[in-house]
Design a protein around this ligand. Structure first.
Ligand code: GLU
Length: 419
């Protein structure tokens, strides 16, 4: 039986099928076997479920979609300070292969255009060209959870990219030989991926750098946040403004016709259709994302209110006020919980704060809730027990006098209170 999710994705793909506008890019046309009809959509959730429809297992060169991935690896290998010194984070407003640098700093504008991407490539660890491209191939493979290979592509963009390479060398952005840098960059563009692979890769970014399938941390959360921010402002060639207003998620496209997008905390999404528009973005790929954005509510600027769902229950039970929290607690959720505890009825009853169904607690939420517990105990003189089997609050109290009774279950809380 087909899953209702896959069925829904299929209806979206079918809606875009008949559009034949756009062209196969001359940069991709040299690669044999491109079928203009091919169309695919895949999504991977942060808990590792993948739904793929259409030609999701057809392979194509990753092209510019390699840029954010290599940029992240460069920041990991060379450190953020070094990389930010040499590569900016501003949209350029120019074409992706413009032979230009930021006037005020002499750096490439960002790592989503060729100048910045060629520079980023060289900041990846590696003893020479082969070592570096192999490290990149292996990192991409870990992201895709599959051994990716280099496609046999011909690339007639090399002369322009060489001009960019020499410009970067003259501006002191490159430490290595520009020809080596461009050869390596060209090879990184040739890594062969499928739409399914790209959705899985994107899901690692959606999951703050931890692979949803293997559980391995592949990237630090700070790097993920930085790279997604640059994708959001520079990822879709010169159409990034249109994209972020209409679709509303960080994404990167490649001239081969793929696009991957990241809905942080939720999904990696990828599409493929080789017919691209004048700005280099897949025509039907953009349409698919637009449909999804409207139907699924992908747009980051359209977050739904948190409501009261973090507080599963707040009631008097067996002679104690029982507050049961659930899900992820960030500042806004902690504020809501603290407010509810403050205005609780039966103010003289002991309190059980139950974090058994909590998934994560941010630093600031921990501070606010620990302070709340402190007030209950020391200010209101209310007996308070914290149920924290996940140990979220293990380092929250600071001193022994501030430490409340912490137990692993509601039963243990009741017996501690004698209720
Ligand atoms: N290999 C192409 C170039 O560097 C990639 C172009 C792209 O996908 O934007 O020019």
């Amino acid at each position: 039986m087909q899953s209702p999710v896959a069925e829904y994705l299929e209806t979206i793909v079918n809606r875009c099928k008949s559009d034949r506008t756009g062209e196969i890019s001359p940069a991709s046309a040299k690669n044999t076997g491109i079928d203009a009809d091919q169309l695919a959509l895949a999504i991977t959730t942060v808990d590792g479920a993948t739904y793929a429809v259409g030609d999701a297992d057809v392979h194509f060169p990753i092209e510019s979609m390699a840029k954010p991935l290599t940029y992240a690896l460069a920041i990991h290998d060379a450190g953020p300070t070094e990389v930010h010194k040499k590569i900016g984070v501003e949209p350029s407003g120019d074409n992706f292969n413009e032979i230009a640098l930021e006037e005020s700093t002499g750096r490439p504008f960002n790592a989503m255009i060729n100048a910045g991407a060629i520079a980023a490539h060289t900041y990846v660890d590696g003893d020479g060209e082969n070592d570096r491209t192999e490290r990149i191939r292996q990192h991409f493979s870990k992201l895709a959870d599959k051994a990716l290979q280099f496609a046999d592509t011909e690339d007639d963009t090399t002369h322009r990219n060489l001009a960019i390479g020499h410009m970067l060398k003259a501006a002191d952005v490159l430490e290595i030989d520009p020809q080596e840098a461009v050869r390596g960059y060209t090879r990184q563009c040739a890594v062969s991926v499928s739409t399914r692979d790209l959705a899985i890769i994107a899901s690692v970014y959606a999951n703050r750098g931890v692979h949803p399938l293997t559980g391995e941390r592949l990237l630090e959360p700070d790097i993920v946040r930085h790279v997604l921010s640059v994708m959001a402002t520079c990822g879709m060639y010169n159409a990034t403004g249109d994209w972020i207003t209409s679709v509303g998620i960080p994404a990167k496209s490649g001239i081969s016709g793929g696009i991957f997008g990241v809905l942080p905390g939720q999904l990696g999404i990828a599409v493929y259709s080789p017919l691209v528009d004048s700005r280099g973005n897949s025509v039907r790929g953009v349409e698919l994302f637009e449909h999804l954005s409207r139907d699924v509510g992908l747009h980051l600027m359209e977050a739904s209110p948190i409501g009261r769902s973090v507080l599963r229950s707040a009631e008097e039970r067996h002679g104690a006020m029982h507050f049961q929290m659930q899900g992820t607690l960030l500042f806004t959720q902690a504020e809501l919980i603290a407010r509810e505890i403050e205005r609780r009825e039966c103010a003289d009853l002991p309190v059980i704060l139950d974090f058994e169904a909590t998934i994560a607690v941010s630093v600031v939420a921990k501070k606010i809730l620990a302070e709340m517990v402190d007030r209950l105990r020391r200010h209101d003189h209310v007996q308070t027990v914290v149920v924290d089997p996940g140990g979220f609050f293990s380092d929250a109290w600071g001193s022994e006098s501030r430490t409340p009774t912490v137990v692993g279950s509601v039963e243990a809380a009741r017996s501690a209170l004698g209720t």
